[in-house]
Design a protein around this ligand. Structure first.
Ligand code: FMN
Length: 190
């Protein structure tokens, strides 16, 4: 299977470790894994120009040209992100907003080929606030809208709150087993 792993943080920290843990549970000899981080890519924000309205194609030329095929063709998507102001970091949000063309394609132009209805995702979220549940709810809602737009119908979410220092998340004794179980679940072909 083709696995797309999206790391949402601009720093090397907790969400990167969560993502690495998830990928440790996937055999790279059996599956094709592609890791991207919008912070390292040249992606500008959607300008709401409606240039994609009649074609489903964004008119902006940048690194999204290489990301769109990954979003369309991957069998599994793993997103690992910190929560920033009850949402996801701006760099990841810019990638998501640029999927407005895929939204038009799917919901208005109906061009999406339903070639694989079994696409699944895993969302990994980490926040610093101890009682930051609203941040999880809001960030997950954004990511759910993104997944629906790229035609991934099923997902699992794991969230961890109260972790701020880079690497601190690995002190949580549940992380390794939680992620192992969640990855096994999404890798099932049912
Ligand atoms: C700009 C910014 C906004 C943040 N907003 C929130 C928030 O709304 N809720 C929360 O729980 N944590 C918030 N945090 C804390 C981060 O989510 C937390 O430090 C997390 O562990 C960072 O993950 P990373 O190490 O993968 O970057 C914020 C951090 C930054 C830098």
């Amino acid at each position: 299977m083709k696995i797309l792993a999206i790391h949402g943080s601009p720093r090397k920290g907790n969400s990167e470790l969560l993502l690495k843990e998830a990928l440790n549970n996937i055999d790279s000899n059996l599956h094709e894994i592609k890791i991207i981080n919008p912070s390292n890519l040249n992606i500008s924000g959607c300008t709401s120009c409606d240039g994609c309205k009649h074609t489903g194609k964004c008119i902006i030329i940048d690194d999204m040209d290489e990301i769109y095929p990954l979003l369309k063709d991957s069998h599994r998507v793993i997103i690992s992100s910190p929560i920033f102001f009850f949402s996801v970091p701006a760099q990841l949000k810019m990638l998501i907003d640029r999927c407005q063309c895929l939204w038009y394609e799917k919901y208005v132009l109906s061009k999406t080929k339903q070639k694989d209805t079994n696409r699944k995702a895993l969302i990994l979220l980490v926040g610093g606030m101890k009682r930051g549940e609203v941040g999880v709810t809001c960030a997950e809602a954004t990511l759910k809208a993104f997944l629906r737009t790229i035609d991934v119908k099923e997902h699992k979410t794991l969230s961890y709150l109260g972790y701020n220092e880079p690497g601190e998340i690995m002190k949580n004794p549940r992380v390794i087993s939680d992620i192992k179980y969640a990855v096994e679940e999404i890798m099932k072909n049912d």
